[in-house]
Structures are given as C-alpha cells and as structure tokens.
Design a protein. Structure first.
Length: 183
C-alpha cells in the first residue's frame, strides 16, 4: 500500500500532463508531494528521510522548471533522486554499523550481515540503473515517451526489482517447522 501512495504524485503528474502540459504537471507533482508528506506527518508524526529528500529535490528541480520554463530540470529529477539514494546506500556499506536497507527492514526480517550487505548493494545497483534508464529515455525519446516511462517504466522496473528481491530473501528466511502436538 505504501508503494502505491508513494507513486500517487507521479500518477497525478501523468494525469496533469495528459490533460494540460509539463508545467502544470510539475506544479501538480510539487503540490501532491507536499500533501503526501503532510498527510504522512499528520498520521504518524514522522516522515522518512527519503520522502523529505524527494520533496526537496522536487521543489528545487520542479521550481527551476517552472521559474525558467525549462522542462529539462524536471526530467533530471528522477536521475538525481535515484543517484542520491544509490550514493547513500553505498555509503552505508562503509559508514555506520548497519546498511540503510538493514535499518529499513531489520524489524521485519533477520538476516546475517553478509546478506544485508549484498541486499544493500542490490539496491545501489537498482538506483544507479533507474537513474541511467531515465537519462537514456530522456535524451533518446520525445517528452511523451519520457512521461510514460516515468510512470509505467519506472513503476514496472520497481515491481520487477521487488519481486527479484523477494525471491532472493525467500532463500534466506528460516521458517520454523510446525511442531506436531499429537492431535
């Protein structure tokens, strides 16, 4: 459910783009992301750092898009965000006691340290690939294709990655055997 609510601003961006243009869509994305962060804060009294970074980058790059009337800034935003996340996850391999992915998931799953590190590196690769894919589409296709990729391509890539991650994790989860109570 969280993944779907995180993609809501992107969906609203897509709808606004199809109905109006890239500039209205950018303003809608900024407003929707502010609203999403505000609702998250009101419901939980906390906001994830990744959400705040995403909001800040969106405000900066979206604001530049609107102020300079130059769509290149909003097109660069997914790459910048993904590469910042990739660098952060990579940095956590070397600094701190736990990797970012372990901090995010250790309450739900218990894994040995080498597996956490491998999982974290897979996220690094994912973020770098997502950022590169965005640049490839941005520079090799028209705006309509980029907008479609931003919603459908990036969502699809994320879903495929999460399925692969789940398959990887399933090999490392120890499920306790059922104890026969003799009944």
């Amino acid at each position: 459910m969280k993944l779907l609510t995180d993609f809501l601003p992107i969906l609203l961006f897509f709808i606004a783009y199809k109905m109006f243009d890239i500039y209205v869509a950018t303003a809608v994305a900024i407003a929707a992301t502010f609203l999403h962060v505000a609702v998250t804060w009101l419901k939980t009294r906390k906001v994830a750092t990744m959400q705040l970074v995403t909001l800040a980058i969106l405000v900066i790059f979206g604001g530049l898009t609107l102020y300079l009337h130059n769509e290149q800034f909003i097109k660069w935003k997914p790459t910048v965000i993904n590469w910042i996340f990739g660098a952060t996850f990579l940095g956590s391999q070397f600094f701190g006691e736990k990797t970012v992915v372990e901090r995010l998931m250790s309450a739900q799953i218990n894994l040995p340290n080498p597996i956490w590190r491998r999982l974290n590196l897979s996220w690094v690769a994912f973020f770098l690939i997502m950022g590169g894919a965005n640049l490839y589409v941005m520079y090799n296709f028209d705006r309509d294709t980029w907008v479609n990729f931003k919603l459908f391509g990036m969502l699809g890539m994320t879903m495929v990655f999460l399925v692969i991650q789940s398959l990887f994790l399933s090999r490392h989860i120890n499920v306790p055997e059922k104890i026969d109570s003799g009944e």
